[in-house]
Design a protein around this ligand. Sequence first.
Ligand code: GLC
Length: 547
Amino acid sequence: MHNPHWWRDAVIYQIYPRSFADADGDGMGDVTGIISRLGYLQSLNIDALWISPFYASPLHDGGYDVADYRRIDPRLGSVEEVKELLDQAHARNLKIFFDLVPNHTSIDHAWFQEVLNDPPGSPSWDRYMIREGKGSHRELPPNNWTSVFHGAGWTQLEHDGKPTGYWYLHIFDTSQPDLNWENPEVIEEFHSILRFWFDLGVDGFRIDVAHGLRKDPALPDVVLDQSNPDFDLYRPYWDQDSVHEVYQGWRAIANEYPDQRVFCGEAWVATEERLSLYLRSDELHTCFNFNYLQAGWDATKMHEVIDQTIATHAKVGAPPTWVLSNHDVIRHRTRLAPLVNGEPDLERGLDRARAATLFALSLPGSAYIYQGEELGLDEVTDLSPEVRQDPAWLRSGGTDGKRDGCRVPLPWDTSSESFGFSANGNSWLPQPAHWSELTIQAQSADPESTLNFYRRTLALRKAEPSLGEGSLQWLDAGNPEVLAFQRGETQTAVVSVINLGDDLVHLPTYLGTEVLATSSDAVAVLDTSDGQHVVIGGETAVWLRAK
Ligand code: GLC
């Protein structure tokens, strides 16, 4: 049955297309590869896919540098293939989000090429953030803004190999010039791009750097107040009030379509309060909630972030989102792993990752899963410098920018050198040998595998009417390292419990004794003279039927 509110509690699986499945054998994943694996995706019991950019791009930032927003990179496919993907996914009841990158284009975009050919002050220049330099020869950047990927945030434009005295802003790589979102032509162009893909049938967009489009027009120097823990987010190019106008315009376009088209913003802002502004009913439907991802393995922080998130979202009537991994952060198996002699203990990392996932999937709202987390993949930390492609790695001289470690192609089976990723064994990043045990093929056969844990959990989440949207009530589990809450108030209510401590804990009987799902086998129901209660091991989560 068609449900216009599907997005409010959807589970959305992120595909990083270059690393998902390679059908043509060049070592880079492609659209046909995704189509060929739709059966697998459906078997996960997810509701939707979000596909990181696959547009024409010189790939200086993994496709987040778009040369043509209406064309698919020929290495990854074509618009016709994307149409086929939409049709086939829809036939399997899967929605699809694309990724829109509006803060900047690639230097290869036709608009930036015009800048390079036109004289200073031409209308083409006004589409980007271009300013005269400082200094007697305009040889200094217009202000002190830096790039997120290290180094200066400005690069001087040259004509015929000579400096022009004019500089363009790039909050990210030099290959990603920032657009001027004060220019009506830029606004119009993105309205047209939205319509182009909405007309083709896409269900929604994840919006890249949604908090960055508008800059303080005075372009003041950045002055950081390091006494504020979130000081880094207070910059004159992040989260400016006027950015909301842009999203009001976009929402109006989404609303023109009779079936629901949805936005999810990537907005790194200083407070939950500021995040909620993006979620007003005439702006974005949802935004990622990175505070949860950053809460780590800490009961107090997790509790706090959950409360804050739910409260601020409730004020604007938007569903929260929960995410533990994506293509920019260390995979949560490795991130949550305790360090033993300076090295992450990946066995315990997996226990924690599965527990964190089970717990997150019981929270109200929608949830994101990043490709490979359903296999319990660890972060690849030993990629050699020659294969690394993260622009921040190159710009920081190898001290930062290690995002390639979570982008290594998926291991499907043991059929070839690339574990079935590619038709002929190629892979744009090398996969670690120990992934042979983590392949989809290996895990499918094992009922206790992480893959089957995800499949079971997601099927149950769908089947349980108390999960998904709604409220939660915290319950006292009698131990500061154990968090517990109830979802729903009827006989179908579910109690979700996570034990963040190392030790086994006897749960109070009133939390329930019927076990619905567990993150590991360290859960048992004990019979005592007082009746039954559940015993839960350290670093484990469980869903119980409420009493
Ligand atoms: C977002 C993307 C990241 C990209 C950056 C610049 O943060 O998630 O991968 O490098 O924007 O587009």
